[in-house]
Design a protein around this ligand. Structure first.
Ligand code: F1P
Length: 316
């Protein structure tokens, strides 16, 4: 077992420590979730969750918020910027936090590095302890930042999510070998908060296995991308409880065209039960998506401990 795989399966005690560790933010301004790479995908999911919880929120990549905030929100000074970064050292995210504070915005940092530059350039820090062996590919820290972010927007995270996530990851792992063999085109589909999570599933798979991968809102997939579906396709459908019927119909069409479908929370060639509702699904499915990336890499004999062209932190 390599370190990446070990860390994915050993992440759950860190979830247990993070549950209940931070309270909801009381600030009422527009929430701007900012991050790069995985952290931006998590920002997208958290912004959707914040809106669903009655807040006002957007997600913006670090460099975009640093360089052209007015393209996203005209009154950007009057915002509460929530900067997500595992390392707390990503150049664009740190610069976005500094620029926001200089302009008078309130900045919360969500990180696992309490001594980092980001932690030193925020008004409030929300941090968790992560697995000491986590490597270049972000796994446990991604899950932890979503957990902390959900708590920050007032979502109660029950201790039971740990088992839900662990079981889902194990169930997918047990069923995977027959499902992904000889398949080279992967697509992740998820709506609402699960869109950011679908993007994260795709990014994880790309980083770990170098397989060309895409992510879409489910019903967007018919509008062009469906032309790529054939017998080499694996579609991962992250079902949302409120759009299940429409998503099930789409899955039927994908299967007719030759795709194998991993149904996370609904029908597919593989049907995996998700025992939480949409408000927690974005957290609970993350470890399973990390397992998928690792197993796809192993099937291609690709080392996820030293992934090609990647570094743990991007500094410019
Ligand atoms: C974010 C990130 C990762 C990516 C790569 C470089 O870092 O872009 O998502 O996989 O390893 O860093 P961070 O700001 O969360 O530390």
């Amino acid at each position: 077992m390599n370190t990446t795989e070990k860390v994915i399966f050993e992440q759950f005690p860190y979830w247990e420590k993070a549950i209940g560790s931070n309270s909801a933010a009381d600030r009422a301004e527009l929430l701007v979730f900012v991050g790069c790479g995985t952290s931006f995908n998590l920002a997208l999911a958290l912004a959707a969750y914040a809106n669903m919880a009655g807040r006002k929120a957007i997600a913006v990549p670090g460099a975009e918020w640093q360089n052209r905030p007015s393209a996203f929100w005209p009154e950007w000074r009057n915002t509460h910027v929530v900067a997500l970064s595992r390392s707390g050292e990503t150049t664009e995210t740190v610069a976005a936090a500094k620029a926001s504070r200089a302009a008078g915005a309130f900045v919360t940092a969500i990180t696992v590095e309490p001594e980092s530059s980001l932690a030193k350039n925020c008004d409030r820090m929300v941090a968790a302890e992560t697995h000491p062996d986590e490597g270049i590919v972000m796994t446990v820290s991604a899950s932890l930042m979503v957990l902390l972010g959900l708590q920050m927007i007032g979502q109660k995270v029950p201790a039971s999510v740990v088992n839900s996530a662990r079981q889902l990851a194990s169930a997918l792992d047990a069923a995977l070998p027959g499902i992904i063999a000889d398949r080279s085109h992967f697509v992740f589909l998820g709506g609402g908060p699960l869109f950011g999570v679908a993007l994260e599933g795709a990014l994880k798979l790309m980083e770990m296995s170098q397989i060309m991968t895409q992510a879409f809102h489910p019903l967007e997939y018919r509008h062009g991308p469906i032309s790529l579906v054939d017998g080499k396709t694996v579609a991962v459908m992250l079902y949302s409880s409120d759009q299940r019927e429409a998503e099930t119909k789409l899955v039927g069409e994908l299967r007719e065209k030759g795709a194998v479908v991993i149904g996370v929370g609904g029908p597919g060639d593989l049907e995996l039960a998700v025992d939480v509702d949409l408000s927690l699904a974005g957290l609970v499915v993350l470890p399973a998506l990390q397992v998928l990336g690792e197993r796809a890499a192993q099937a291609r004999q690709i080392d996820t401990v030293s992934p090609r062209h990647l570094t743990k932190v991007v500094t410019l």
